[in-house]
Write a protein of this length. Sequence first.
Length: 335
Amino acid sequence: MRAETLESLHRTLVAMAVTHQVETGDQVRVDTTVVESTIHWPADSELLWDGVRVLTRHLQRARSLLGERCPAFSLRLRRAKRRRLEVLNAKNRKARRRAYRDLLRVTEEVTRWARQAEQTLRQQGGGDPRHASLAAGLDRFIRLTERVIEQTRRRVLDGESVPAGEKVVSLFEDHTDILRKDRRETLYGHKICLTSGASSMILDCLVLEGNPADSSLADTMIERQIDLYGRAPRQAAFDGGFTSKANLAELKRRGVEDVAFSKRRGIKICDMTRNPRVYQQLRHFRAGIEGVISWLKRVFGLDRCTWRSLPSFRAYVWGSILSFNLLVLARDLLA
């Protein structure tokens, strides 16, 4: 099922919760978290090894299709694997750089052979869909492998710091973003923004590309709530990363009566809520979404997506949220 289908089912479920007075949408809390992709640790040596073995596999398929017309190539798997292990077990920087240089030479050689095979497949395919499909697969992995070669040269040999937006962290899940969490932990996946209600149901979710600041998402999530319910929530609580005077002014303009950021950062309580008591209540209410996120990750698999490709990633996230909401709604109705 596509993510759009699952999101439509989710909206139907939220509407059912409103009908049964399980959820009203008057109070919402918003926070972000990261769902990891199903990739291995993206060391440059591992990515180069991935490139060699995947391109070699495609070259062998090209040989079976083209026969004698296939450009000549040699197997470099054993050599590449040895250099990969040398990088992992190197005792000093000099030995690691030496192993990297040879691994780069091997990867470049295999990439050249793969490009020749890809061109031959396109020229001599004769309209055969098998040739076209294999050529497209070769082209995709060649481009990704060339980017890995370039980033390895810059990082390992030239000592350059490669920006996160220019890095490849997986040949298979190349949509994966590099996300730094609280300046402590680096995660590989996608950032998602969740809106939860007083019933603990997830009312909305947004799967993001890149690593946009939380402060840029507050108005977007409230606008989506207006689309969902036809009105703005009466009260909204946000994590400290969403705090800004511009966000407060925009949310008030949209009709949110009480807005609580967990960190004020120079904003007066009287500007956010009617009185300090309401502000404290909303702060405590916001903390509940941390438990909701923890439950989603521990029980419903939202810590790591096990499906491949970006469309499947989005479908996986919505599937987890839909399952969670079904359980919350069933518990409330049975109670």
